[in-house]
Design a protein around this ligand. Structure first.
Ligand SMILES: [Zn+2]
Length: 507
C-alpha cells in the first residue's frame, strides 16, 4: 500500500477540494481516499509519498493526438490553413516511429497526461504493421495508457471533390511524383485492426478505429468501420468539420452537412467521437446530441491551422460530451496539456451584456480533460476520477510554486491551476500505481538519447526521391490553392467568422 499525500486534493471535477487529502494505492488501483490523517491511521504500514506542498488531481487525459514527438513545425511545416499545411507536412522526412511516439509520450507525461488517444497516420515509409506495433510498444515501454486508433483514408486523396479531373489538370511530372499507392487498403485495414485488437487490447491499451475524416473515406468504408466497431466494442475517432472548406464540401458535393451525411448512412452513435467540430451548425449540434456521439476540442490546433473556434459552450449546453485534445499542435508547440486546458478556458469566455451570464468554467474544462475524455476514449469508469476501485492514475503538482509568493487561498484549486499552472508544475505522475514521472523527470524514457535520434533522423539531407516529392508538392500546392480559390463563390451567403457566435442560418 502507498499513501499519496497532498496539501489539497481535488478527486474529481464535481468534488470539493480536500485539505491534506490523500489516496491509498493498492497495486494498480485506488484502494481508499480521505484525509492523510484518516488514511495514515487506517494504513499505518503504508509507504508515504508526496507532501503538503502538492495539489493532487486525477491523471489528465489527452482526447486527441497523433503521437508526434517532433511537431510538424519543427519538421518544416509552417502553420497555415489545413488544406495547404497538410501538404507541407508530407514533405517531412519520415522519423522512426518508436522514437517519435516515445518522445511525444514523454512530453505528455511531463504535463500530467496519464492516458492519450493516438490516431496513427501512416508515414508510408515503413510497413503498416511495423508502424502500429512500434507506436504501441512506445506507450507500453513509457508506462502510459493509450487508446490506439489506426488511421485509414481511401477517398479524395488530393482535394475534396473531383479528384480525377483535378489529377488530370496537373503537369505530368507532378502526377508521376504523386502516383504512389496508399500505404494501406481498406481490406487490409480491418485485418490489421482485428489483429491489433486480439494482440494488444488490455486495461493499458485499447484499440479503436480511426477513419481520418468523412471526406477522406468512402461511404462503404465508414459503414464497415461502424460494423467492426460495434462488434469489437471499440471507439471510433474521426476528424470532422475541422475547416470551412470541409463544411462547403458537404453542402455542395453531398447536399448536406457532413454530420447529417454520417447520420444518414448510420454511422453516428455513442461510440463515435468527432475531432474538432469547428464548423457545426445548430442542426448538427442537435444531431450529435441526439445520437450520443462525442466531440473533442483542440483549441490550439484550430487557432494554428486557421480553422476557427468551435462552439464548445453551446455543444456542452446541448448535452454533448465534449473532451479536450492537443492534436500535437499545442499553443507553445510543446504539448503542454495544462496550457491547453488554460487556452480552452480562455477561448470560451463568451462576451455578454449580462454580467453574470454562463460561460465555460475551469471545473468544466477539468471535466473535459478527465471524466469526459475517459468516456470518449472508451475507458469509461476505469479512470478520470480519484475513487476507490479506479486505476491509480494521478498527478502531484507543485502547488506552492504555482501560488508563489501568494495567491488567495479562497480560490478553488482548479481555478488556480488554470490561471497560474503549466506543465512545469507537474512533479509526480503515477499510472496504474506505478510512478512514471518523479521530480518532473520521466523515469521510463531515455529522453535525451531519443531526442538525439530524432534530431539526427530529421536533419539528414533529403534523398533524390524525397527532393522530387518536395518539389512536386510545392507545385501541387499552387494548383490546390487555385482549385479551392473559387469555392467561396459556391457559398450563397456572406462568408465570415464570428467568434463564439450562434451559428443558426450561417452559410
Ligand atoms: Zn488530428
Amino acid at each position: 500500500m502507498i499513501l499519496v499525500r497532498s496539501g489539497l486534493m481535488v478527486p474529481a471535477h464535481d468534488a470539493p477540494a480536500i485539505v491534506d487529502g490523500a489516496v491509498a494505492v493498492s497495486g494498480e488501483t485506488i484502494g481508499d481516499i480521505g484525509t492523510y490523517e484518516e488514511l495514515a491511521a487506517r494504513y499505518p504500514d503504508a509507504q508515504v509519498m508526496g507532501g503538503d506542498q502538492f495539489l493532487l488531481i486525477p491523471g489528465l487525459i489527452n482526447g486527441h493526438g497523433h503521437g508526434r514527438g517532433l511537431s510538424s513545425f519543427q519538421r518544416g511545416a509552417l502553420d497555415n490553413t489545413l488544406e495547404s499545411w497538410i501538404w507541407d507536412t508530407r514533405k517531412s522526412k519520415p522519423l522512426p516511429v518508436y522514437d517519435d511516439v516515445s518522445y511525444c509520450a514523454a512530453k505528455l507525461l511531463k504535463s500530467g497526461v496519464t492516458t492519450t488517444m493516438h490516431n496513427h497516420i501512416l508515414t508510408g515509409a515503413f510497413p503498416p504493421e511495423q508502424e502500429f506495433y512500434d507506436a504501441i510498444r512506445a506507450y507500453k515501454d513509457a508506462g502510459m495508457r493509450v487508446l490506439f486508433c489506426p488511421g485509414i483514408r481511401n477517398d479524395n486523396p488530393l482535394v475534396y471533390g473531383d479528384n480525377k479531373g483535378f489529377f488530370a489538370s496537373l503537369p505530368e511530372h507532378v502526377q508521376a511524383a504523386l502516383s504512389s499507392p496508399p500505404p494501406l487498403s481498406a481490406e487490409d485495414y480491418f485485418i490489421k485492426v482485428r489483429a491489433l485488437h486480439s494482440n494488444y487490447h488490455s486495461p493499458m491499451c485499447r484499440i479503436g478505429l480511426g477513419p481520418i475524416g468523412p471526406q477522406w473515406c468512402t461511404k462503404d468504408l465508414l459503414q464497415e468501420i461502424r460494423r467492426t466497431a460495434r462488434e469489437l466494442e471499440a471507439p471510433i475517432h474521426i476528424h470532422s468539420l475541422e475547416s470551412v472548406l470541409q463544411k462547403i464540401h458537404g453542402l455542395t458535393a453531398l447536399g448536406k452537412s457532413h454530420i447529417r451525411f454520417m447520420e444518414d448512412i448510420g454511422f453516428l452513435g455513442p461510440e463515435v467521437v468527432l475531432a474538432h467540430g469547428v464548423w457545426v451548425t445548430e442542426d448538427d449540434i442537435r444531431l450529435i446530441a441526439e445520437t450520443g456521439a462525442g466531440v473533442t476540442h483542440q483549441p490550439s490546433s484550430n487557432l494554428r491551422l486557421r480553422s476557427g473556434i468551435a462552439p464548445v459552450f453551446r455543444m456542452l449546453q446541448a448535452g454533448i460530451r465534449v473532451g479536450l485534445g492537443l492534436d500535437g499542435q499545442g499553443i507553445n508547440d510543446n504539448d503542454d496539456f495544462v496550457q491547453e486546458m488554460k487556452l480552452c478556458h480562455l477561448l470560451h469566455r463568451i462576451p455578454s451584456l449580462e454580467l453574470n451570464s454562463p460561460h465555460l468554467s475551469a471545473r468544466q474544462v477539468f471535466k473535459m480533460a478527465t471524466e469526459t475524455n475517459a468516456s470518449l476514449l472508451g475507458f469509461g469508469p476505469a479512470i478520470g476520477r480519484l475513487e476507490p476501485g479506479r486505476c491509480a492514475d494521478l498527478v502531484l503538482l507543485d502547488f506552492k510554486k504555482m501560488r508563489y509568493p501568494y495567491t488567495d487561498p479562497a480560490h478553488d484549486p482548479i481555478d488556480v491551476l488554470l490561471h497560474r499552472g503549466s506543465g512545469a508544475h507537474v512533479h509526480t505522475v503515477m499510472v496504474s500505481g506505478r510512478v512514471i514521472v518523479e521530480a518532473g523527470k520521466v523515469l521510463t524514457i531515455e529522453e535525451e538519447a531519443i531526442a538525439a535520434h530524432l534530431a539526427e533522423a530529421a536533419s539528414r539531407p533529403r534523398i533524390e526521391n524525397e527532393r522530387k516529392l518536395a518539389r512536386a508538392i510545392d507545385e501541387l500546392k499552387r494548383h490546390v490553392i487555385r482549385y479551392y480559390g473559387i469555392w467561396p463563390k459556391k457559398v450563397t451567403k456572406e462568408l465570415y467568422f464570428r467568434i463564439n457566435s450562434r451559428i443558426d442560418g450561417f452559410l
